[in-house]
Design a binder for this molecule. Structure first.
Ligand code: HEC
Ligand code: HEC
Ligand code: HEC
Ligand code: HEC
Ligand code: HEC
Ligand code: HEC
Ligand code: HEC
Ligand code: HEC
Ligand code: HEC
Length: 348
């Protein structure tokens, strides 16, 4: 009996000793966020940066708890800060660098291929923030689709301003689900410069995927009561045929409509408003007259077309096809009977 009690006692003691060692030597103590917060929950805690500007070192425990990372410790992100030695000014500078990629490998890998990582080295926090990151589906998240005008706009103010006023931006702000936001056209973590053939907005892709992903999608066009005709008719046009043939001088959707400031043709500020067409076409057709630019652009040869011009071309096309079929068919039939007669004649 005594022997048993002693054995259990030894095990418990051993365990307590191990726990003590872990607390003292390991990072166990600092894996507890409340220890960091003893200082950082002070709203007045601050330091001066090299330029002498005051920067706050306050961390809101409530915000952090509410964020997607509410369950992880300070030191899971601040892996280089394992104690409070940084608090003694000048003894050891705290390394504020955070490596989000240890847990988000996939996002980081893709991000490493982007213009934002290769050319300019921006950090994850520039888009996501640091202590109050919300789930993607939360409308308050900095990366929620309607908030990207502000988030990306912090560094791309010109593009964002134009976009906010465009037909797409206005619809987006009204919460319509099928209007594009910055990342619909550009992608998210893998954004490339537009000159890179892999960029989602490379000149070769604009009229194939960038705009047609919506303007040729039956479900979206039905919902907004516009048609897939612009894309179809563009592919049949001079411009579309030479574009698809690889001609880099030909016009794509953006050459005529613009990119971030796209507006309906009825809007006087639209590049395709009738008063602006001479200028728009004129960038490539310097001698374009008013009449040159007057013809409708997105017309399909179709007897069910929306205007008389389309119907006439549609009928001409049908008559043309009937003529071709009768002429070629007639000739084939004539040749066949001729051959048949000769074959029969030649039989012994
Ligand atoms: C004893 C109080 C105290 C504790 C505990 C403490 N800090 Fe600090 N922390 C400070 C002070 C003071 C500074 C400003 C240091 C300076 O002037 O460079 C600071 C700075 C920082 C900075 C900013 C560094 C910079 O240069 O901007 C980070 C990040 C940080 N602490 C994280 C932590 C983490 C994570 C913990 C827990 C592991 C922690 N702190 C625990 C007092 C503390
Ligand atoms: C999800 C990861 C993450 C967690 C968890 C986290 N931080 Fe941070 N923290 C960051 C990032 C990112 C920065 C900005 C770093 C930079 O400027 O490069 C930062 C910056 C800081 C700063 C500098 C002041 C500031 O706001 O920029 C302090 C102080 C700090 N953290 C303390 C803490 C403390 C204390 C905890 C735990 C209560 C904590 N952090 C938890 C990611 C995190
Ligand atoms: C240029 C802005 C930007 C930068 C920089 C950025 N992200 Fe994102 N991130 C986004 C946007 C926008 C979304 C939302 C995508 C969506 O809603 O589908 C997102 C989504 C995420 C998600 C959710 C899962 C996913 O991939 O859809 C994670 C995780 C993430 N980012 C981590 C990171 C990490 C880690 C870094 C740094 C290596 C980083 N992000 C840098 C803009 C950015
Ligand atoms: C210690 C691991 C860890 C670190 C470090 C970390 N995260 Fe997370 N992150 C998580 C976990 C766990 C989730 C929750 C995943 C879930 O709910 O599906 C998450 C969720 C997210 C989400 C929301 C994804 C969604 O689908 O809603 C984003 C965005 C995100 N993290 C960005 C970051 C950024 C930016 C950093 C660096 C400042 C970072 N994370 C650092 C573990 C981490
Ligand atoms: C409808 C698709 C679309 C949307 C939405 C969109 N863009 Fe673009 N963006 C493009 C295209 C196409 C180009 C390439 C233009 C070119 O080749 O001249 C481009 C180019 C850019 C460039 C490079 C400009 C330059 O001249 O160097 C930046 C920066 C940019 N976009 C940022 C944004 C931001 C920020 C948003 C959101 C506010 C956004 N874009 C929304 C299609 C889009
Ligand atoms: C912290 C600032 C910052 C934020 C936030 C940011 N960017 Fe950028 N972005 C840059 C810088 C700097 C460049 C490089 C500009 C250059 O090449 O001259 C760049 C380049 C780009 C380019 C390539 C331009 C080209 O040459 O074709 C695109 C597209 C772009 N960003 C879109 C976005 C989108 C979309 C978002 C939001 C999801 C975003 N950016 C958020 C700073 C930022
Ligand atoms: C995410 C889907 C999406 C993408 C990508 C997109 N659009 Fe749109 N576009 C729409 C929707 C939805 C509308 C309807 C706007 C409304 O009526 O509110 C629209 C409206 C328009 C209009 C005005 C139509 C009208 O009848 O008033 C033009 C012109 C236009 N888009 C051209 C383009 C061009 C050019 C591109 C490529 C650079 C493009 N769109 C990319 C969804 C998209
Ligand atoms: C050569 C110039 C040019 C090209 C290239 C072009 N468009 Fe148009 N687009 C116009 C003009 C001009 C109008 C005005 C109505 C018309 O003439 O049919 C228009 C009208 C539209 C409309 C109808 C809405 C309105 O404002 O009347 C949409 C949607 C549209 N274009 C989308 C596209 C898409 C998507 C592409 C690429 C696949 C494209 N366009 C290529 C010049 C062009
Ligand atoms: C980005 C440059 C660009 C823009 C903008 C542009 N075009 Fe063109 N266009 C071309 C090129 C290049 C060709 C020659 C294509 C071929 O036949 O290989 C062409 C051919 C044509 C043709 C047939 C050949 C001819 O010269 O008669 C017509 C008609 C035409 N464009 C009308 C227009 C109209 C109308 C507009 C404005 C709504 C316009 N284009 C805007 C580049 C452009």
């Amino acid at each position: 009996m005594m022997w048993k009690v002693r054995k259990i006692g030894a095990i418990v003691l051993g365990f307590l000793a191990l726990l003590f060692l872990y607390e003292v030597m390991g990072e166990g103590a600092w894996a507890d966020s409340s220890k960091c917060l003893t200082c950082h929950r002070d709203e007045n805690l601050s330091k001066k940066d090299k330029q002498g500007n005051k920067i706050s070192l306050f961390v809101s425990e409530a915000e952090l708890k509410k964020s997607v990372h509410g369950g992880i410790a300070c030191t899971d992100c601040h892996t280089r800060i394992l104690d409070d030695s940084h608090a003694k000014k000048g003894v050891k500078e705290a390394d504020r660098k955070v490596d989000c990629g240890t847990c988000h490998e996939r996002s980081e890998k893709l991000f490493k291929t982007s213009v934002h990582s290769i050319k300019v080295h921006i950090a994850c926090k520039e888009c996501h923030g640091s202590h109050s990151i919300k789930p993607l589906s939360d409308p308050k998240s900095t990366t929620f689709r309607t908030n990207l005008i502000q988030t990306c706009g912090a560094c791309h103010p010109e593009e964002s301003k134009q976009f906010a006023d465009s037909v797409h931006g206005v619809g987006l702000s009204r919460g319509r689900p099928n209007h594009p936001t910055c990342t619909t056209c550009h992608g998210t973590h893998g954004i490339k410069p537009r000159s890179d053939p892999e960029s989602a907005v490379h000149e070769r892709k604009i009229a194939i995927t960038t705009c047609p992903q919506c303007h040729a999608a039956e479900q979206i066009t039905r919902e907004y009561r516009f048609t897939t005709q612009p894309v179809k008719s563009y592919y049949d046009s001079f411009h579309g045929l030479s574009y698809r043939g690889g001609d880099t001088f030909s016009a794509n959707c953006a050459s005529c409509h613009g990119v971030h400031d796209i507006r309906p043709s009825s809007d006087p500020k639209s590049m395709v408003h009738k008063d602006n067409l001479q200028k728009t076409c004129g960038t490539c057709h310097p001698k374009a007259s008013v009449n040159f630019a007057r013809g409708k652009i997105h017309t399909l040869a179709d007897i069910k077309g929306v205007d008389i011009g389309e119907k006439v071309v549609g009928w001409i096309r049908i008559i043309y096809i009937i003529l071709i079929v009768t002429v070629i068919g007639g000739m084939t039939f004539f040749n066949f009977t001729d051959w048949l007669r000769k074959t029969i004649d030649r039989r012994p």
